[in-house]
Design a binder for this molecule. Structure first.
Ligand code: ZN
Ligand code: ZN
Ligand code: ZN
Length: 467
């Protein structure tokens, strides 16, 4: 495969080492990133700096850079490699032909990337993962962090720890990232999310922490139970309650299971109670009430890859966006609770709700191309246009999840709409284009309608159609 020209920017604060290059690779040397001409767009960066701290500074600037966030960055050969450096770079510069291969691959993937996301952080994250053969977002353990693990790459892309967390959450919710390898499982404080917890043994009766392990004795004569120390009298065992001499274990006394004693309330017990106490905010709770946090590697999902490849074309394939007349989710929720209250007063005014999700649009585009997919979706759109009245309300919750509110529509009305939609889908199927449409509906009871928690109602509908 012929290489295109490869400009390599070497950022070297100290002179000395230079890479061996192939004939189509051109080296440009700068002492700092700020020296790079504004119109220069190198294919890869190479960092040579003897100080890890200034290396990290340059790396952070690159990964947070509007244009270079997803570029390949190599380090000059070095003996030891900090985990942090490994996560932010593409490794150490190797033999020239191997480097040429990697850079060429990156250039090809970069050329295929059509994504122009409105969110610059999401754009950087997706581009970074897409342009690498096996791009992944990896956690780094650091005991100084409240949550113990962080994602240095995402933090550099956004410039902030909290924003990085939000970015990852957002990408997961939109189905653009998926968890890969599980690194660790942590317990975290339900109040402040810190994973720095202390587990303390407590008296189950008064919850004091001043307890000690203590052998107890149970006197058979009177049934008295007390720590062994209370029975000791001049080298013999005597019951402090009934003054019996206890000679033989099994016939005079035995040792009960309780072998802890609370020094605050004197209670004897078998097992201490365990409480988890957050060392950050002092919140205390049962261990079972702690949040479980899974620490994963994240990689691009199929949907994420397709979004990178096809970009905004996918957004245009949204059925209702073409219909127009979408209302905001807030207005939709407001109307729903109003219609619900009306129905409580006037049960003869039933309503129905439908959740619709297109499950496989990116896959259809990949298999059948943009045009054919568009045609099929237009057919679906036409049908919906015929059957959705101007009094019906529709909203878009995520890229492919729609909600429709149909006032004055009983369960039978929704069933017939669903049948018609299935019919159109079946027609498309005969053309080899099977649009996967997930539908779930709710209709009010015809006789008497109880007021609904409309938030819960929507959540349940959405969950029924989400993967
Ligand atoms: Zn106690
Ligand atoms: Zn006794
Ligand atoms: Zn806490």
């Amino acid at each position: 495969m012929p290489h295109s020209r490869q400009d390599i920017a070497l950022i070297a604060s100290t002179g000395g080492w230079r890479p061996t290059l192939q004939h189509d690779q051109h080296l440009h040397v700068f002492t700092s990133l700020t020296q790079l001409p504004a119109d220069m767009n190198p294919a890869a960066f190479l960092l040579a700096d003897s100080h890890d701290a200034s290396l990290l500074d340059t790396l952070r600037s690159l990964r947070g850079h509007a244009r270079f966030a997803s570029h390949l960055v190599f380090l000059c050969p070095r003996d030891e490699q900090q985990a942090m450096l490994a996560l932010l770079t593409d490794g150490v510069w190797q033999a020239a032909d191997e480097m040429a291969r990697q850079i060429s691959l990156w250039q090809q993937r970069q050329a295929l990337l059509t994504l122009q996301h409105a969110d610059p952080y999401l754009q950087r994250l997706l581009s970074y993962l897409w342009t690498r053969e096996q791009g992944s977002l990896q956690p780094l353990r650091d005991w100084r962090r409240a949550g113990v693990y962080g994602y240095p790459l995402a933090e550099c892309l956004t410039g902030h720890e909290d924003t990085a967390q939000l970015l990852i959450q957002q990408a997961l919710q939109q189905g653009l990232l998926v968890p890969d390898t599980l690194h660790d499982r942590l317990r975290a404080c339900p109040s402040c999310a810190s994973a720095h917890l202390n587990y303390i043994d407590l008296c189950p009766s008064c919850h004091h922490h001043d307890i000690r392990q203590e052998s107890a004795i149970h006197c058979f004569n009177c049934g008295h139970v007390a720590p062994q120390g209370h029975f000791r009298q001049q080298g013999t065992l005597t019951c402090p309650n009934c003054s019996s001499r206890l000679r033989h274990i099994g016939s005079d006394y035995d040792r009960p299971m309780e072998n802890y004693q609370c020094l605050a309330c004197s209670e004897l017990f078998i097992e201490p109670a365990i409480r988890a106490r957050c060392t950050a905010c002092e919140h205390a709770c049962e261990p079972a009430q702690l949040n479980t946090v899974k620490v994963h590697d994240y990689v691009l999902s199929e949907r994420g890859k397709l979004l990178c490849r096809h970009g905004d074309q996918l957004r245009e394939l949204q059925v209702f966006r073409l219909l127009g007349g979408l209302v905001s989710p807030e207005l939709f929720r407001f109307n729903l609770s109003w219609v619900d209250q009306l129905c409580v007063r006037y049960p003869q005014q039933p309503y129905s709700l439908v959740a619709l999700r297109l499950g496989n649009v990116p896959q259809l585009v990949a298999q059948h191309g943009y045009q054919a997919t568009m045609q099929q979706l237009e057919r679906l759109q036409q049908l919906l246009q015929e059957h959705i009245r101007s009094t019906d309300l529709a909203t878009l919750l995520t890229d492919d999840l729609y909600l429709i509110l149909l006032p004055n529509t009983p369960v039978a009305g929704v069933a017939s709409l669903q049948q018609k939609i299935q019919h159109v889908l079946a027609q498309g199927m005969s053309d080899g284009l099977a649009v996967e449409l997930l539908m779930h509906s709710y209709s009010t009871q015809p006789v008497q309608h109880q007021a609904q928690d409309t938030g819960l109602l929507l959540d349940a509908l959405c969950n029924a159609v989400l993967p």
